[in-house]
Design a protein around this ligand. Structure first.
Ligand SMILES: NC(=O)c1ccc[n+]([C@@H]2O[C@H](COP(=O)([O-])OP(=O)(O)OC[C@H]3O[C@@H](n4cnc5c(N)ncnc54)[C@H](OP(=O)(O)O)[C@@H]3O)[C@@H](O)[C@H]2O)c1
Length: 357
């Protein structure tokens, strides 16, 4: 055991989130601990966490039966000590981590997912144009999911084809629409406010966006959109909702069209039954494909993602909105997460720690 002791802050989650899925500050507490710097085994690293990125799913990582635990969340961190040749000492990494100032990353699964940002050449090349926190958002899991799912499941998309992206103004929706546009695909989207609709159509160039709150007959408005775009049906439905919209999409998809299943935004309550598909028969008669995409299964694509996607972002070819809290104390990671879940920030939210400086 190393004799060097380190005193630092850590956030604990101390009760399960209730079935409304909304955490409050009372779920978290910040403690100060004094622990020895760990003696590393092969592949392990010891990190100083610099910037945390918030994700909705964090509230689901508190295991049933646990009374108190560290909070899991993605972070950008500096490697202080390393026994992992892929994550050398001194490098900046993006990895699953914990809401604490220092982390001993030893879980096999977490180490496998860690990626050294400064090992890819685009990092140095575009460092001045891309804030570090963007590696939590557009260049982190959100961007990687959008890019990877399209690379993997829509590489065959052709100019003139049509996709419907339901939560078009969400973090993924905005990126997915832009990536389809780059392939010449016409993009139909839906969003909840006129401001979002204006942004999607005027700034991002989406072809037809409707307010889903004002159109209870979604099939009718989608048919209207298709007519306006001179199309007979959809070629892709990029599903971020997992709700009844999938049945409408199955009906409107052209023969050999594709559902790309990525999100479950309709899940507002933890004990909610998932929506059950009724138009299953359409898959058979139109030879449709329904394909799921889970980002954690595609880490092999990460180097190519950085190589191809970073220049697009740095050169402004992909637009995005995200929020950053700078110079924060660790306590603010929990506080801002509660606000993030309440929808108080635009796009992805990152928290840069003051102790990182
Ligand atoms: N498969 C994977 O590997 C993977 C990876 C990352 C994320 N995900 C999942 O993908 C989903 C989307 O993630 P995200 O980061 O894009 O979420 P997000 O940024 O939180 O987006 C949510 C958006 O959904 C919109 N929305 C909510 N209900 C809607 C409805 N009925 N119709 C249309 N829009 C609606 C809201 O916009 P309005 O204000 O316009 O309503 C909001 O902007 C989540 O379920 C997430 O867990 C999956």
């Amino acid at each position: 055991m190393s004799s060097t002791q380190l005193t630092f802050k850590r956030i604990l989650v101390n009760k399960a989130i209730q079935s409304d899925g909304k955490p409050s500050l009372s779920h978290f507490r910040t403690i100060t601990v004094t622990e020895p710097v760990p003696e590393l085994k092969d592949n392990e690293v010891f990190l100083k966490n610099l910037s945390f990125g918030h994700d909705v799913y964090i509230i689901y990582t508190f295991d049933e039966g646990e009374t108190e635990a560290r909070v899991r969340g993605y972070a950008i961190s500096r490697v202080l000590e390393s026994k992992n040749p892929n994550l050398p000492k001194g490098s900046l990494i993006f990895a699953p981590s914990f809401w604490e100032e220092y982390t001993h990353l030893h879980e096999e699964e977490f180490v496998r997912q860690a990626f050294a940002l400064d090992q890819h050449k685009g990092y140095a090349q575009y460092k001045d144009r891309i804030p570090l926190a963007s590696y939590n958002g557009i260049l982190g899991m959100s961007g990687f999911t959008a890019w990877g799912s399209i690379e993997t499941l829509a590489s065959q998309a052709k100019p003139g084809q049509v996709v419907y992206v339901p939560s078009a103004a969400g973090t993924l929706g905005q990126l997915v629409g832009q990536l389809f546009k780059r392939k010449g695909v016409k993009v139909i989207g839906s969003a909840g406010t006129q401001a979002k609709i204006d942004y999607l159509t005027q700034e991002l160039g989406f072809d037809f966006v409707f307010n889903y709150k004002e159109h209870s007959d979604k099939k009718a408005i989608l048919q209207e959109a298709l007519t306006k775009l001179g199309a007979t049906g959809l070629d892709f439905y990029y599903d971020l909702m997992a709700d009844e919209t999938v049945d409408i999409a199955l009906e409107l998809l052209n023969a050999r069209g594709r559902v790309i299943s990525v999100g479950y935004l309709s899940n507002k309550l933890l004990d909610q039954e998932p929506y059950a598909i009724k138009q299953y028969i359409q898959i058979l008669v139109k030879e449709l494909t329904v394909a799921g995409y889970f980002v954690w299964e595609h880490y092999d694509l990460l180097p190519r993602f950085f190589e191809e996607f970073v220049p697009l972002v740095a050169e402004g070819q992909i637009k995005y909105k995200e929020s950053v809290i700078d110079n924060a104390e660790l306590e603010q990671v929990a506080e801002s997460y509660v606000e993030f879940i309440q929808g108080k920030h635009t796009g992805k939210l990152s928290v840069n720690l003051a102790s990182a400086k």
